[in-house]
Design a protein around this ligand. Structure first.
Ligand SMILES: Nc1ncnc2c1ncn2[C@@H]1O[C@H](COP(=O)(O)OP(=O)(O)O)[C@@H](O)[C@H]1O
Ligand SMILES: C[C@@](O)(CCOP(=O)(O)O)CC(=O)O
Ligand SMILES: [Mg+2]
Length: 387
């Protein structure tokens, strides 16, 4: 038997970074997924290892399970129904387990993902040999929440193999978790995000777990029911960056200028609340879709200006903003910034020819454009026979 989970990436429509400081943000899932499958060896497989295959990267890591039990004794003594944070002691042991795998220098960013894997695996499945395979449709480190999708899919697949989750293993296709189970997946995924992000707000793992569109503030989510179509062009600047470093840099800026930054964050909070209200308000009784789109564009531009104040924009992001503005289209960075992806609203009445022109101009600058379905389902699980 094999358990396979898939968890979606996300876009942040407004409020990234401010959400880390306790202000409102609005996010939606996208239909690009990270998949995690788990298979426990049969007696004939005859292995006592924990193996992690990162298929897209062509990397495989493995540890004797006895070694994990020896250096992470804490994991064996806790209950998988109560998510706990990785202690300083355990994070040192995990760092040593990761270091001995000699991750190639060019892919060293994966070390935090592998660390999150070791913590979640040993805490939930303890010291059982297994092979875990990961694949992803999301670009890593680009603002589309690959770290959260990884943590959510991992937590879901691991929990699906415990008696804490009661799904019918004979059911075919993708299955949804119950409310209590989703809550547990989300809490464990948050522990994974903490290892990758340092100080996450929790918005990314929450939207990846629950899907759809949410407004999020101080750990609390409110579901948003969109009353209008929303189409975004996503442009990947392909400039690499790391969320943990960007969040830490902004925390320092906030310490240097607490009063100024609190106004910036409050302004973002107001933008997110207005955005949520526009998206949910009835159409056409209230405003026409075109009027709503005009307001959303203005809010996106304002949010982008405030992200510039936070110091998380980048020359490549500015190139996208300038290019799309030539076609009277509004854009903002999404996720941590510093490179990564930019969102451009594609209004419903925009002609296909203009979309083609803007994409071709962006791509001629070496950027990569795509669209994705917004607001689909959150994490799901399937059971099957391994191929
Ligand atoms: N499929 C994956 N396999 C292993 N690690 C992953 C995977 N997806 C994400 N990660 C981890 O998350 C990191 C990227 O997270 P982050 O900097 O938050 O960017 P984002 O979440 O926007 O993609 C990667 O460097 C890696 O450590
Ligand atoms: C910057 C932040 O608001 C979003 C980060 O998203 P991503 O990792 O860049 O996909 C951080 C967070 O909310 O934890
Ligand atoms: Mg992330």
């Amino acid at each position: 038997m094999e358990a396979k989970a898939r968890a979606p990436g996300k876009i942040i429509l407004s409020g990234e970074h401010a959400v880390v400081h306790g202000f409102t943000a609005v996010a939606a899932s996208i239909d690009l997924y990270t998949y995690v499958s788990i298979r426990f060896p049969t007696p004939s497989d005859n292995h006592d290892m924990l193996k992690l295959q990162l298929k897209d990267m062509g990397l495989e890591f493995s540890w004797p399970i006895s070694k994990i039990a020896e250096v992470l004794p804490e994991s064996g003594s806790q209950s998988s129904s109560v998510p706990i944070s990785c202690s300083v002691e355990s994070s040192k042991s995990i760092a040593a387990l990761v270091e001995e795998q000699n991750i190639p220098e060019a892919k060293i960013g994966l070390a935090s993902g592998v660390s999150a894997f070791l913590w979640l695996y040993s805490s939930i499945q303890r010291f059982k040999p297994a092979t875990v395979v990961v694949t992803s449709e999301l670009p890593l480190g680009s603002g589309l929440g690959s770290s959260a999708a990884f943590s959510v899919a991992l937590a879901a697949a691991l929990l699906a193999c415990t008696d804490l989750v009661s799904l019918d293993v004979n059911d075919q296709g993708w299955l949804s978790f119950g409310e209590k189970e989703l809550e547990l997946v989300n809490k464990w995924a948050f522990e994974g995000e903490k290892i990758i992000h340092g100080k996450p707000s929790g918005i990314d793992n929450t939207v990846s777990t629950y899907g759809n569109m949410i407004s999020f503030r101080s750990g609390n989510l409110t579901h948003i029911r969109a009353n209008m179509p929303l189409k975004m062009l996503i442009t990947n600047t392909k400039v690499g960056r790391n969320t943990k470093a960007l969040v830490a840099g902004l925390a320092e800026r906030t310490l240097r200028h607490p009063d100024a930054m609190s106004f910036v964050f409050s302004a973002v909070d107001a933008i997110s609340k207005e955005l949520a209200q526009i998206i949910q308000s009835p159409t056409p009784d209230d405003l026409s879709v075109t009027e709503k789109e005009g307001k959303i564009e203005e809010l996106m531009e304002m949010n982008q200006g405030l992200l510039q104040c936070m110091g998380v924009s980048h020359a490549a992001i500015e190139t996208v903003l300038r290019t799309t503005l030539k076609y009277k289209l509004a854009s903002k960075l999404t996720g941590a910034g510093g490179g990564g992806c930019v969102l451009t609203l594609l209004p419903t009445l925009l002609s296909g020819t203009v979309v083609e022109k803007v994409i071709s101009e962006l791509e001629s600058c070496g950027l990569q454009c795509f669209t994705a379905g917004i607001g689909g389902k959150g994490v799901e699980i399937s059971f099957g026979v391994p191929s």
